[in-house]
Design a protein around this ligand. Structure first.
Ligand code: C5J
Length: 222
């Protein structure tokens, strides 16, 4: 067991029971010229997470930790897209419509895929999820349980939406989550702070918060 300095208190990392989750680092959210930027968001706030996440990803691979990637998106026929999600925002170009990088949040489209810097390696599961939470309508829970995973180190975007929803879902299913604050990003600095505060409040009501430096400082072979 390796102790990672974290808030509200140290996280007792068990490398063999721990997986790295990289949530929705997709071009449409993160890259310049994608859907997120077309909506008027400053993607540089999300892009800051790419470098530290890459470092953590490399370390996790070197430590032979399970790495799981997720992507938010829908079937090309949109049969898994609830009407409320389709209509929300009253967007001129929303999910399923032509966007700057192909059909917006549709599986198989260029913008739906993971940014080049964090490309999944051969054999790393990629979980396609129709919702914000990575457990909803996916086989993620089976992928983790069948490998004896009980802890998740979490990176990705956006902190207050898909990261937060996934951490809450994971917590309810009995997983301990360690969120690395420099490896998650929000278009809204105030949401970034609040979303991290919510996770670690009340003795770590949903999990722990640390950063890449502290995670990397923990002994690799504990
Ligand atoms: C994610 C979103 N991935 N903000 N999606 O957080 O809609």
């Amino acid at each position: 067991m390796a102790k990672v300095e974290a808030q509200p208190y140290e996280f007792e990392l068990e490398p063999k029971r721990c997986a790295l989750m990289v949530i929705d680092m997709q071009r449409d959210f993160v890259d310049r010229g994608g859907f997120g930027e077309a909506l008027g968001n400053d993607v540089s706030l999300l892009r800051k997470a790419i470098g530290p996440t890459r470092t953590v990803l490399d370390a996790a691979r070197a430590r032979r930790m399970l790495v799981i990637h997720t992507r938010e998106g829908h079937r090309p026929d949109l049969s898994d897209l609830p009407q409320n999600k389709k209509l929300r925002g009253r967007l001129k170009a929303g999910i399923g419509d032509p966007g700057p990088m192909g059909r917006i949040l549709v599986r198989g489209e260029y913008g739906h895929d993971i940014v080049d810097e964090l490309k999944p390696a051969a054999g790393e599961p990629v979980v396609d999820k129709p919702g914000k939470g990575a457990f909803y309508a996916t086989d993620l829970d089976s992928l983790l349980r069948n490998r004896g995973i009980g802890q998740l180190v979490v990176c990705g975007v956006t902190t207050e939406v898909c990261v937060n929803t996934t951490v809450r879902e994971a917590n309810d299913r009995g997983y301990d989550c360690l969120v690395l604050e420099d490896c998650v990003g929000s278009y809204f600095p105030e949401f970034q702070k609040a979303a991290l505060d919510m996770i670690k409040a009340q003795g770590g009501i949903f999990g722990w918060v640390s950063d890449s430096r502290r995670f990397l400082a923990a002994p690799a072979n504990a």
